[in-house]
Design a protein around this ligand. Sequence first.
Ligand code: SAH
Length: 548
Amino acid sequence: MPLQKNQIITLSIERLSGDGSGVGHWEGEAVFVPGTAPGDVIRARIVKDCKRYAFGIVESIETASPDRIPVECPVAGPCGGCSLRHLSYQAELKAKEASVADAFRRIGGLDVPIQPILPSPEVDRYRNKVQYPVGRDKNGHLCIGFYAGRSHRIVPCEDCKLQPSVLNEIGRTLCSLLEQYGIQPYDEETGKGLVRHIFLRRGTHSGQIMVCLVCTRPKLPHADEMVERLCSQFADIATILINVNREKTNVILGLENHVLYGPGYIEDTLCQVPVQLGPLSFYQVNTPGAEQLYAVAAAYASPTPEDLLLDLYCGMGTIGLSMAGRCRELIGVEIIPEAIESAKTNAARMGAAIAAKSRFFCGDAGEAASRLAAEGLAPDIIVVDPPRKGCDQATLSAIVQMSPRRLVYVSCNPATAARDAAILAESGYQVEKVQPVDMFPRTGHVEAVIQLSKGEFTLKKVRIPFSLEGVDLSKLKKGATYQEIKDYVKEQTGLNVTPLYIAQVKQKCGIIERECYNKPKSENSKQPQCPPEKEKAIRDALKHFHMI
Ligand code: SAH
């Protein structure tokens, strides 16, 4: 008999789900109840039944888990940000480690050793970024806080324990300045009002703070007075901006920024990689936690000075750049153009030697990796750090085709990591180690780093000369691969053309940025030159593929 809405059942909580809810079973059906702890026995009220699983809320706690601790936040329940604030940190770690192990066993079907989880260096106030929605409290005063779970109702919060105290203090000060100057908060229903969010960032190592007001218009009344008041009170504020978001949308940030004070970005370091952070940069929110995560990734990758490292989903390049000093060459791929620009800037700031060996391309990981694989790129090590949905099939196939000696998978979702690891395992990669890492204490999220190595039965790789320029990543969606061009020429003219000839013609046509970068200069003069009839055939192919 299926569970009914509002039915009250007694439930023993066995484990935590990925989002931090407790999970128990009722006649074989999994029931998810937020705010519970493994070891609790509760009376739960069913709020929704989805046949094979159901959702409930706590009606009463019959036996409290010994792992429960007092909740030291007045808004923990309604706010929903800290789904595990009622659990001791030790128990939280144990539950997270178990959830990673469970994913690899149950979803991946893999029997692999799971290392003991690495705790976050900081358990409270570890975040370097906060985005407070601005609204009105029940007395009509301006307030900042967080959205209640699955809603856009603001739960006012004066001192969030996940944020550094100074960010909470700046948020409160700015909120009272806005009220003082009669500035209207944005109303989602009517679309009226000016200020939507207060977005703050703090460089953990530099201490520099960015203040960004997300507004519906670029013009903020009394901006100069507010800038002055904020800067005189908070010496670490390095920049103040307005981000304009005019749309009726749940997306917090718009694309337009106006600098009111300072350079428009803050500086920090991550694993000694210098970074510049503006409002739109993706940056790990727990800096010491990320440094620990990347240290594991580097240990698992263990690059040598001979190695070519491919960093897929590289964001602003920090993982790859943190290892660049130890490898021959680094290639990063990322879909967000601004992140790629940041990666290039970060590499340049690391000095000429690192900049010269690092290249970053904007594109979809699957498309870029397929193209790189088709062109014969043979990275020794690949690092992937995909979003929660994991890697797509194209990316996984290309990885297998490129056949790196070692693959390091950095994951923010053990379920998709386990799924992808199983696919790679079927293709000859052995899952060597899985290291759970906690970067988000008090929440259900857990990261993991997975080390995969080539199985013994696969052939030893032969390094072939390879020109990235030929890959033409800037035209990922439009360009054809060397193989496609070669096949087309053969089909149309019966001529055989080599990748070298294609590269030479592409270069003449201005669609290759510079000389083949991984060949010694002296070799270039000895290269055979493409004969005129083949050049014409290749040009026709490039036209056919809309590349010129
Ligand atoms: N490695 C980086 C970023 C990891 S987050 C770091 O540690 O900072 C995942 C990244 O994947 C984001 O930067 C996101 O923009 C990027 N991304 C998402 N989908 C992608 C895709 N299809 N192809 C390439 N990059 C993608």
